[in-house]
Ligand binder design. Structure first.
Ligand code: GMT
Length: 392
């Protein structure tokens, strides 16, 4: 591990904060907005702090879902100054400077960045700028950092470089691992650590489900890759058979077009566009079906959170979703853009209670037995130990 970075670091050494207790001082960087990668990073930081680790979030805003008063949690804002010459203020550089400051001041053991671009490059710079010791960094690849941004001609070389220069690379599904290896010709090991859910917080509420009409929910950041118009089209078909309601949670560029389409199809009075929601765990248990019609999806965190609440997922056979959903067992996978098949499946689930209960129970079981926080967080802890041990 050290050989390919020799020269700049040979005189330095990394340390693991407390080798006896395994407590780590970690800097976490993510997009602090409503995206799944930011949610995973935040929940990971909170869980690590809960286990006694010292967690420092370094970002341009306080990540959503993060209460900075939580014991063991620190938040360091990155200030991006503007200057008349800067048409594009260089956030990556300001981030690298802040990472270095925090790493030196709090004697961080490692950095963990979520979403490759630009966080991984900032971490690499911070590593170079940290003079007191070797500062390893782990990059977690979440989805469009590889499938869309990384595939863009302007970002391909730097994405590949950032992966190659990371001390450790994890990703959230087998599909993402294969896709990264194949597309970038990466040969270094990529560890798959799946998305996780807090199964005590995200749990079923049968009573809430039994009240009122049948409810379908879609949760996303309303980008084109999520195909939110398909939710509306499918819903219009479902409404021909079942008296159902559609709840659209989240916000993003395709919200306006989806609202227009709902009016055109005459179903707008049965759809609620809620905008961004801070407490999805309170909303989900009242739902009957989650609809995730994405073009591509690296894993599908929203589907996992729904499954933990016993809500049957109907998703598309796209990307890493089969890592999560076993078609016909704990949810359904239908072809991308196939409105008829998706509508038929949702109609069937809403009108057949026996089927819905079977899927709902299996979905909860999958969340509990494969993706619960208690199972996944130790995988990160052990991965950090391995990465830090490589740098000593
Ligand atoms: O859309 C992205 O690729 C970014 C990311 C985000 O920040 O919203 O979402 C991805 O990360 C989630 C958490 O790991 C995954 O569960 C989502 O499947 C994935 N989204 C896509 O691949 C479209």
């Amino acid at each position: 591990m050290l050989a390919w970075k020799a020269g700049s670091i040979s005189a330095r050494s990394s340390w693991f904060h407390n080798a006896d207790t395994g407590v780590v001082r970690i800097g976490i960087t993510c997009y602090p907005t409503y995206g799944g990668s930011g949610i995973v990073a935040t929940e990971l930081g909170l869980e690590l702090a809960n286990r006694g680790h010292e967690v420092h979030f370094i970002s341009y805003a306080n990540p959503i879902r993060l209460d900075p008063d939580t014991p063991g949690i620190h938040y360091h804002e990155v200030e991006v100054s503007t200057y008349p010459l800067f048409q594009y203020p260089p956030y990556s550089l300001a981030l690298a400077s802040r990472m270095t400051e925090v790493a030196e001041q709090y004697r961080l053991d490692l950095l963990h960045v979520h979403y490759a671009i630009p966080h991984s490059i900032s971490a690499l710079l911070a590593q170079e700028m940290t003079t007191s010791r070797y500062l390893p960094f782990v990059t977690t690849l979440h989805g469009t950092d590889i499938t869309l941004v990384g595939a863009d001609r302007s970002y391909f070389p730097i994405t590949k470089f950032s992966i190659e220069r990371s001390d450790g690379v994890t990703t959230i599904s087998e599909y993402m691992r294969r896709r990264t290896e194949d597309f970038f010709g990466i040969t270094k090991p990529i560890e798959v650590i799946h998305n996780f859910v807090n199964c005590s917080l995200y749990k079923p509420d049968e009573e809430a489900q039994s009240i009122g009409s049948k409810r379908i929910i879609h949760i996303s950041n309303f980008r084109p890759v999520k195909r939110v118009n398909d939710c509306v089209r499918v819903f219009a078909e479902v409404r021909k058979q079942v008296d159902a309601e559609l709840i659209m949670a989240g916000d993003g560029p395709d919200r306006g077009p989806a609202e227009r389409l709902a009016r055109e199809l005459g179903v707008h009075q049965h759809i609620r566009f809620l905008g961004k929601q801070d407490h999805i765990e309170r909303l989900l248990p009242r739902m009957h079906v989650l609809h995730l019609p994405s073009e591509t999806e690296a894993f599908g965190l929203a589907a996992l959170e729904a499954m933990a609440c016993g809500v049957a997922p109907v998703a598309t056979l796209a990307g890493g979703v089969p890592d999560l959903i076993d078609n016909g067992v704990d949810g359904f996978l239908e072809p991308v853009a196939d409105i008829d098949k998706q509508a038929a499946r949702i109609t069937e689930l809403l009108s057949n209670e026996t089927l819905r209960n079977r899927i709902s129970e299996a979905a909860r079981r999958t969340a509990l037995t494969r993706f619960c926080t208690e199972l996944i967080i130790p995988q990160y802890e052990s991965y950090y130990r391995r990465v830090c041990a490589q740098g000593t």
